[in-house]
Design a protein around this ligand. Structure first.
Ligand SMILES: Cc1ncc(COP(=O)(O)O)c(C=O)c1O
Length: 357
């Protein structure tokens, strides 16, 4: 079956290479490789291919689970792909909370019927009752991304537990894509720690600034992990040797310091960007992480017109909200701004957008 084009990736492909400032990257600024030992020894596959037991165990601890309930992947992108292949079959039904990262509904669309349940504008709150209404007897999976890309909304623990109960009461799984979770100052417990119906995916990409490692994981019940491993034999076999080698160093001791550094950086950039947005009369929704979904300023037809003007006249890439439009929902009145980049680049990018405005 065909898969929809990934609208955001297509937009980036058009502009990212030649632009001067990338103000639409969703994660925190990248760390230099020389912060780590980058010599993993021989360049064979990672063996065992699901990740070394000590690495899986370190990841599993965050979920109150054992090493056998974690599989290491090539980024969260692969973890989500494996999750969908493992938990969904033709004839099933999935409920996806939107707007969100496109793979979270585009991949399920290729397998079964999918119902989108939108967050409530303008503060993007989670409508647990609407998810419950959308659930059917054949619903196998409810999908949520928390904190949310593109809105930066962080759903609180009570809402997430209520969502878990909706899935569990229907004998379905709740999949939490939690790649931004550790960018919350006080993160909600991960979905995979909530019970046997909880599955979490995450990675080192966004919260640590290590996207190039392509290191992620899926954590959840053993049967889901076993099925994900079966699929992984046909996708990437093992994580990358470099990614796994650096991930081990993160989990063996650096994680807390790296996270603290990232949080401090995001705090500073958050303030700068909030002040900038307010200065232009744009509502600031106080996002968690380094993505914010702002209204398109007056004077532009829609998000695409605004973002095209900004990139063509000022060399700054923003993400048009229509990349997140799905089903009958339209987000072309918004644009996503990513403020995780180095602070001097952020200031430069915002100043250039000032020029356009
Ligand atoms: C919600 C979400 N999930 C997954 C991914 C993919 O992350 P990774 O680099 O770990 O594959 C992204 C990337 O932007 C994302 O925003």
């Amino acid at each position: 079956m065909d898969v929809d084009a990934f609208e955001l990736e297509r937009w980036f492909a058009e502009y990212e290479h030649d632009a001067d400032v990338m103000l639409a990257e969703s994660g925190v600024r990248s760390l230099p490789a020389d912060r780590f030992d980058t010599d993993p020894g021989d360049l064979g596959y990672v063996i065992p291919t699901s990740g070394a037991p000590d690495v899986r165990e370190a990841i599993a601890a965050d979920y109150g689970r054992g090493a056998e309930e974690v599989v290491c992947t090539v980024g969260a992108q692969e973890a989500n792909f494996l999750a969908f292949q493992s938990m969904l079959s033709p004839g099933d039904h999935a409920v996806v909370v939107t707007p969100t990262y496109e793979s979270l509904h585009a991949v399920p669309d290729t397998i079964c019927d999918v119902t989108r349940v939108p967050l409530n504008e303008p503060s993007w709150t989670l409508d647990v009752d609407a998810v419950a209404d959308a659930v059917r007897p054949e619903t196998e999976l409810v999908v949520v991304n928390n904190p949310n890309n593109p809105t930066g909304r962080n759903h609180p623990e009570d809402a997430m537990r209520a969502l878990y109960d909706v899935a569990a009461d229907n004998d379905a799984y709740l999949l939490g894509d939690e790649v931004y979770r550790l960018l919350a100052e006080d993160p909600a417990p991960p979905v995979a720690s909530m019970g046997e119906h909880g599955v979490s995916t995450a990675s080192l990409s966004k919260a640590y600034g290590l996207a190039g490692l392509r290191f992620g994981w899926l954590a959840g019940p053993e049967d889901v992990v076993a099925s994900a491993e079966r699929w992984k034999d046909y996708t990437t076999i093992s994580p990358s040797k470099f990614g796994h080698h650096v991930a081990r160093q993160v989990f063996e001791g650096e994680a807390a310091d790296l996270r603290a550094e990232a949080l401090e950086h995001v705090r500073e950039n958050h303030e700068i960007t909030a002040e900038w947005a307010r200065g232009h009369g744009l509502d600031w929704p106080d996002p968690v992480g380094c993505n914010v979904f702002l209204r398109v300023p007056d004077g532009f037809d829609d998000a695409r017109a605004f973002c095209r003007t900004v990139v063509e006249d000022a060399g700054v890439v923003l993400a048009p909200g229509d990349c997140f439009s799905t089903g009958g929902e339209s987000y072309d009145g918004y644009f996503r701004l990513g403020f995780g980049l180095p602070t001097d680049e952020l200031r430069e990018g915002l100043a250039r957008v000032d020029g356009v405005l």
